[in-house]
Design a protein around this ligand. Sequence first.
Ligand SMILES: [Fe+2]
Length: 302
Amino acid sequence: MTPVKALGYIGCSISDSKAWEKLMFEVFALQKRNDSPKKTLQYRIDDNHHRLSLYKSSQDKLDYIGWEVETQDELDDFAADLKDKGVKITHADSKLKAERAVMDLYIIEGPDGVQNEIFFGPVQDYVPFNQADGRSGFNTEDLGMGHVVLASANRESTLDWYQNILGLTLSDHIYWDGIEATFMHCNPRHHSLAIMNTVGPMKNGDLGHFMLEANSADDVGRAYDVVEEKKYPVAFTYGKHTNDLTTSFYLYTPSNWLIEYGYGGTLIDDEIWEPKLYNSPKIWGHNHQLPPEANEDAAARK
Ligand SMILES: [Fe+2]
C-alpha cells in the first residue's frame, strides 16, 4: 500500500456561520467562494477549488478529513488493499465527488467515528488564488492543507490505525501537564495529524484544532495585530513550538475547537529524522488564555 501523500481538506459543521465568516475574513483574509453550495461556506487557500468546508448546522463538529493520493491507480490500489484487510470502504457517488471537488473518492470510517476520505485529483480553479489584504498565501502544494489535531481516549489503537491503514509515519511526541500528543507525517511537513488524549471537555474524535501555515511571518504578525485590535479571543499567545519549530498563535473559534495560524514549520527528511519525546510544546510564548465570555467578546467586536 502506498501511504496517503497529504492532508487535502476538512469539513466541519458550524452553528454560527456569521461569526465564522467574520473571523475568516478579518483574521485570515479569506472569503468564502461565491458559488459555495447552499448552507455551506467553502474556502480556498490555494489554487485548489477549496480545502475548507463549513456546513451551517445546529451543532459544531468535525465532519470529515480528506487525504490525497497521487494517482487514480494508487487510489484504486488503496481501496482494494483496505477491502482485503476487511476495512469497510464506500465509493463516493458523482454528487459527493462534485461537492468535494475531486476526481475520485472513497470513504472510510476511522477510529472514534471520524470519517476519513481518500481522494485523487482535486479540481484546480481557473482563477489563480489571490489572498486579500496583500497576504502571501498559504504553504500548501505537496505539503497539503496544514494539520489537524484530534482527541482520542484510545490513543494507542487510534495511532495504530492512522499508521497502518493510512500509512502515516511517526514524527514525535510531546507529553506535558497530563496531556499526551503524538505527531505524524505523510510528506515533509512535520505533521499532518496529531492525536492527543481526551482532556477537559474533549470527547473521542473531537477536533482539537486545525492549522494553516502562512507563506510569510509578516502575514501571521499582521493577523495578530488584527486579533489584538478587534479583540478576537486568543487561546495561546504568539509563540514557538518545540517539535516543529513553528511560530504561531491559536484562537478560540465560534465552534468548540481552536484554529492555529503560523509560519516556518520544520520539514522532515525521513532518511535522518529521529522521533523524540518533548516535555513541553513551547520554546517561548504560547501562553494559555482562558476562554472569554462569548457574549462579551461578540459584543465587543460589533
Ligand atoms: Fe498545531
